[in-house]
Design a protein around this ligand. Sequence first.
Ligand code: B1M
Length: 209
Amino acid sequence: MSKIAEVKAMVEAGKAKLVPGLVQEALDAGNAAGDILAGMIDSMGVVGDKFSAGELFVPEMLMAAKAMSKGVDVLKPHLTGESATSLGTCVIGTVAGDLHDIGKNLVAMMLESVGFNVVDLGVDVSAEKFVDAVRENDNVKIVACSGLLTTTMPAMKETVQSLKNSGLTGFKVIVGGAPVSQAMADEIGADGFAPDAGGAAVKAKELAH
Ligand code: B1M
């Protein structure tokens, strides 16, 4: 079994203690950090499909998520470069009612690596809290909203609209997450959409100028 296949199997099995060592072994064996990350993202897809099929349940999904997060910690220095420039502040969070944070954390990591000062509000973030964060932090250029549940898409819409109606200026709003599309972003009045973490960093950079 290849090292990446071992990492994938252990993420799927939710082995949070074993994954960091295996990720390091995969790096030592010459695998690119991006390929190891892609493998772990695939694993979460497998876990999601098994959840949909009733083959595993929320606790197993949670253990897989913990295992992946531990693996990402090992990859972080290999995925991000040191950026000397400052593009301003980016406020990020997962919208109200939604506890998924792996994708949001990857987006935060990529935004930091291209030069944003990232203020991470965490998960289950109300529209009001997003607006307060723009008001309370200096030089906010981007607000990034993540959401993974179709049921929390109305919260994403509410967040974008609250930000737009807040009277605050000087920032753009980007949205993303599995159920989000460019069409949906346009419909709810967001300034940008990206399908993945790398794309979010590119879009944020483009909009911050
Ligand atoms: Co939940 N969950 N979950 N879950 N979970 C999904 C999302 C689901 C698709 C699984 C399934 O049924 N197949 C399903 C949603 C179905 C739907 O809405 N249509 C689901 C469900 C139903 C639920 C619960 C309701 C289950 C229950 O309780 N009955 C519950 C809801 C809790 C809540 O949020 N209120 C729940 C709970 C959980 C756990 C807590 C157990 C755990 C999350 C732990 C954590 O995040 N710390 C969990 C997990 C792990 C998953 C799956 C398996 C994996 C998610 C993940 O981390 N993927 C997921 C199935 C799946 O994704 N296939 C599933 C890897 C991650 C890298 O991808 O977050 O999509 P993702 O991020 C991507 C892109 O979307 C994008 O970039 C990333 C890649 O580079 N992106 C952005 C994300 N944010 C972005 C922002 C941007 C731009 C791009 O700009 C701002």
